[in-house]
Design a protein around this ligand. Structure first.
Ligand code: 5GP
Length: 195
């Protein structure tokens, strides 16, 4: 998605080897017009899928997920994060290792908001090693719901998440695909292909 790639080039900051900071438009300050365009793009990419619910994880997934929900006219549910795992009868839950914070988070969703009739589109801000998405897939399984696909705002193709999901035959669409960070600059996958 060109608009997003341009914004990443303009405002994204590469931190260390493999982290991109995008707090100017996605992770802290949020650009609603860009989010709305991304919601429409997810709708186009998953056109025809009988989606009944969008699922994400707090907090950075919520903005893109809500705009996807608006485009699909379906509710959006975000998993909540907890420090400790206290299993509760009325919740589905999973453990997720946080890539950026290097800690385990426990995520959960109330059974009220997901069930076996749901056809789910998972949305998240980043795909790195795939842990966050795996946690959501575990919760979808617990609910007996059906996964329709995964929509990612920014995928880092040099980390292993995408490969793991492809191996499972899951329909994954990413709005921007980063192939590498070179001297602090972002290189997109399509730029690489053109060279
Ligand atoms: P994964 O679970 O796929 O390894 O990482 C996904 C989660 O880690 C995302 O939900 C996001 O919050 C965070 N994350 C991973 N890589 C980055 C990054 O390069 N920049 C930012 N801001 N967050 C990231």
């Amino acid at each position: 998605m060109r608009l997003l790639e341009e914004r990443i080039k303009k405002d994204g900051q590469v931190l260390g080897e493999d982290v991109l900071k995008v707090d100017n438009f996605l992770n802290h300050q949020v650009d609603p017009e860009l989010m709305a365009a991304m919601g429409e793009e997810f709708k186009r990419l998953f056109e025809g899928a009988p989606i009944t619910k969008i699922l994400t994880v707090e907090s950075s997934g919520i903005a893109p997920a809500v705009f996807a929900g608006l485009a699909f006219h379906v509710p959006v549910v975000f998993a909540r994060k907890h420090k400790s795992l206290t299993l509760q009868d009325n919740m589905y839950s999973a453990t997720v290792y946080s890539y950026t914070k290097k800690v385990n988070n426990h995520i959960s969703i109330s059974k009220k908001f997901l069930n076996e009739n749901d056809r789910v589109l998972v949305i998240d801000d980043f795909l790195a090693n795939g842990q966050a998405v795996e946690g959501l897939l575990e919760i979808i399984d617990q609910a007996g719901a059906q996964l329709e696909g995964i929509g990612i705002v920014i995928e880092k193709t040099f980390q292993k998440g995408r490969e793991l999901l492809d191996q499972r035959g899951i329909h994954v669409e990413s709005l921007a695909r980063i192939a590498a960070f070179e001297q602090g600059e972002v290189v997109f996958l399509d730029e690489n292909n053109e060279n």
